[in-house]
Design a protein around this ligand. Structure first.
Ligand code: AKG
Length: 230
């Protein structure tokens, strides 16, 4: 299947801290992944939780997505030193899980480890009303302070305490399911609340440049080099 990776992706990623790739996977694949996500969540998830880790370790369908040539092809554009898969997770909102994800940067969750980036793919069409991703372009170039907050579900416990952007700086990603958003672990992002009474499932897969394991990596059993360091 064709991969809609455009030239200039690396420069955009460097400038904005994220890039949006339309039609990274098809609507039919999103249906299959959502059905599989539901199966895994029904089998393993903690009641009340809206985040489920280790999808690729549990499900061959998600493992194939983590290693999919279209995903890896897009990552190659912005990762000149090779690509290693680390981990993934489902984050879902539904009519009874409406939470907005607080503003944060992902490296709050893996301090003092090597830089990483993630690919966020919604499995439902995603817009402001049903909890899409929000990002602050260019925010990856600044250092941010963190405060412990967290959602009632216990998810997303870190929040930025020194926000200084204006509403006009925020990009609210109004995107079709199957779109990929690749973003730096230093990019300020969050998501809107789901007031639409509809599902919003997303799979988020995290990668870094290949290198010997750090202690942090050992929690992720299906980490794998996909493009060797050049
Ligand atoms: O899907 C969401 O609501 C946001 C997920 C997110 O911010 C993250 O996993 O870092």
């Amino acid at each position: 299947m064709k991969n809609n990776v455009s030239s200039g992706l690396a420069a955009k990623f460097e400038r904005d801290g994220f890039v949006i790739i339309p039609d990274l996977i098809s609507a039919e694949e999103c249906d299959t992944l959502k059905t599989e996500a539901r199966r895994v969540l029904d089998t393993f998830n903690q009641p009340g939780a809206s985040v489920h880790l280790h999808m690729a370790a549990t499900s061959p369908v998600f493992r194939a997505l983590a290693e999919d040539p279209r995903v890896v092809g897009a990552l190659r554009e912005v990762m000149p030193h090779g690509v290693m898969f680390l981990s993934d997770k489902i984050v879902y909102k539904s009519p009874d899980k409406t939470f907005p994800t607080p503003w944060h940067i992902d490296c709050f969750y893996w301090r003092n480890t090597r830089p990483k980036l993630s690919v966020w793919i919604p499995l439902d069409d995603a817009a402001a009303e049903n909890g899409t991703l929000t990002v602050v372009p260019g925010s990856h170039r600044k250092d941010w302070k963190m405060v412990k907050m967290g959602l009632p579900s216990g998810d997303f416990v870190n929040e930025i305490s020194d926000a200084d952007w204006r509403d006009g700086d925020i990009v609210t990603c109004n995107i079709k399911r199957g779109t990929g958003i690749i973003f730096s672990d230093r990019l300020v992002h969050g998501s809107t609340s789901n007031t639409a009474g509809k599902d919003r499932y997303a799979i988020i897969s995290t990668y870094h440049a290949p290198a010997p394991d750090e202690p942090f990596d050992l929690d992720f059993p299906v980490r794998k080099v996909l493009v060797p360091a050049s």
